[in-house]
Design a protein around this ligand. Structure first.
Ligand SMILES: Cc1cc2nc3c(=O)[nH]c(=O)nc-3n(C[C@H](O)[C@H](O)[C@H](O)COP(=O)(O)OP(=O)(O)OC[C@H]3O[C@@H](n4cnc5c(N)ncnc54)[C@H](O)[C@@H]3O)c2cc1C
Length: 473
């Protein structure tokens, strides 16, 4: 086997920000060749969330980052500042009026606090990736981009082989896998004449219904729902919008509003908890006291994130089964999202153009020119709600699917699924059962003994964990 192997070569599966963080790990590792495999390998570093928008569509640049720019990455905030005149020109005359929403921050000298269009963050990450690849090549590492999907992986003593959807075989001594999260969970009838299973990639079809004045009904109340509201605003004046968001808690997430000077809540937590329950009670107390001290949700959320990155959960709750119960609650308690969109949503709620329905969507039926959604309330009662067009924004759930490679890795036991959180488990340093392969995605809920306290659907956290994995390699 050794004679067929390719010494000091490496493969990275995926083309998003986590894959880029793995590529950053390759600096100084004396690699002869690195192969990057992903459908968008030519735009390596963007991934799904920060992809380039479709040119000349009204919704291009409408989707925003959920946090202030400097919470995502202070270097990105600086990048925005350096290019501000050009970015301001790009955003001039757009609907919704992003510049007007950003104006109070800009006037207060807080350009770093804006919710930038996600495509801008993709531009920044792609620039970082291209510069890094140029540097690696200048240092003698050949970097090959393969626009394909990896579908299977096999481990031999000195070599790992990856097969692609188009039948390519790639071999290297080590592989990093960063395929992103699983699909949105499917809901019965979400792919009908008046429904779509996800917003992304279906914008043209949804746009037709927004333009004809149909009421738009979102299943789910999180980030993708906020994107749909922006999509509506890019096509119709606010007073023409009719929009429904349906979520189990019936609440709009808190807006993450930055203040100057920046502040982080510092939680005061005690160690040695035997159960999640007692630790959660302490966290709840800390969140309440931060709110009583007038800390904003941005400050509380970013403070807890920084705290748990410094002091991982197992320092507080050593039993992993108990620790795994915590992220779900924290996700709910620290729910927050894009300032611009949430402020717009409250305005449209007050004007009666947005409605919130509390409950779980059971199914969708498409009729001749509309849809009917069946919603179950907390007492188990069902209601049939007629609407115009339905978009599934529910996010990952029990029936979500992973990409084919992740399924292959699960079937071989290279990584495993956690029964409690339904997330994925990897070994310390993001390693899999074999140290030659590392894996990280937002779906990972446990890294070695570290149970992640807050879900990894967060650019800063993903990059932090990959950065740490390099030290342990
Ligand atoms: C629409 C959206 C908006 C978001 N907004 C924010 C935000 O504002 N702030 C924030 O912090 N986080 C946000 N997130 C969370 C987001 O998951 C992370 O921030 C981050 O983008 C995840 O990066 P990733 O590289 O792990 O995954 P992805 O960005 O999903 O990239 C993975 C890439 O790998 C490719 N791939 C998958 N499987 C394979 C395979 N088998 N072979 C080859 N390639 C493969 C995929 O096509 C994809 O392009 C958002 C997520 C989404 C989906």
């Amino acid at each position: 086997m050794a004679e067929h192997s390719n010494p000091r070569s490496h493969i990275i599966v995926g083309d998003g920000i986590t894959a880029l963080a793995f590529l950053e790990n390759c600096r100084g590792q004396d690699l002869r060749e690195i192969t990057l495999i992903g459908q968008s390998a030519s735009e390596f570093g963007r991934g799904v969330a920060y992809a380039k928008g479709e040119v000349d569509t009204p919704w291009r640049f409408a989707y925003l980052l959920n946090s202030p720019a400097d919470d995502i990455d202070p270097r990105f905030a600086q990048w925005l500042g350096d290019r501000w005149p050009r970015l301001r020109d790009t955003m001039t005359g757009r609907s919704p009026n992003w510049l007007a929403a950003a104006a109070p921050l800009i006037e207060a000298g807080d350009l770093y606090g804006v919710n930038a269009p996600r495509e801008f963050y993709g531009d920044f990450m792609q620039e970082q990736a291209d510069a890094l690849i140029a540097q690696l090549e200048a240092d003698g590492t050949r970097v090959i981009r393969v626009e394909d999907d990896a579908v299977s992986i096999r481990v031999a003593p000195n070599e790992v082989t990856v097969r692609s959807a188009s039948g390519k075989t790639l071999s290297a001594q080590s592989v990093d896998v960063a395929p992103g999260g699983p699909s949105t969970m499917r809901i019965d009838g979400d792919d009908g004449a008046h429904s779509v299973p996800t917003v992304f990639g279906n914008e043209h079809r949804i746009a037709e219904h927004i333009k004809r004045g149909a009421e738009i009904f979102c299943i789910g109340g999180n980030a993708a729902m906020l994107d749909v509201l922006r999509l509506c605003q890019s096509l119709r004046a606010d007073h023409e919008i009719r929009f429904v968001a349906c979520a189990p808690d019936g609440e709009v997430p808190a807006a993450l509003v930055p203040r100057l000077p920046r502040k982080l809540t510092v939680p005061n937590l005690t160690k040695g908890h035997e159960t999640a329950q007692t630790f959660l009670a302490e966290i709840e107390r800390e969140i309440s006291s931060a709110k009583a001290a007038c800390d904003d949700m941005r400050e509380i959320r970013a403070g807890f994130r920084a705290h748990f990155l410094d002091t991982p959960l197992h320092h507080y709750v050593s039993d992993p089964t108990e620790a795994l119960k915590i992220a779900g609650r924290l996700r709910f308690w620290l729910r927050g999202g894009t300032r611009d969109t949430i402020l717009d949503m409250h305005r449209l709620l007050d004007a009666g153009q947005v409605r919130i329905v509390k409950g779980l969507v059971k199914s969708v039926e498409s009729e001749a020119d509309a849809a009917v959604v069946t919603v179950v309330d907390e007492d188990g009662r069902e209601a049939r709600i007629p609407t115009g067009f339905v978009i599934n924004c529910a996010g990952a759930g029990p029936n979500s699917r992973f990409d084919t490679l992740t399924e292959d890795m699960l079937s071989q036991g290279l990584i495993s699924r956690c029964e409690t959180s339904l997330g994925l488990k990897v070994a310390a340093g993001c390693k899999t059962r074999t140290p030659a392969i590392r894996y990280l995605s937002p779906a990972v809920s446990q890294i070695g003994e570290e149970v992640v306290a807050m879900p990894l659907y967060d650019a800063h956290m993903l990059r932090t964990y990959v950065g740490r994995s390099s030290l342990e390699r």
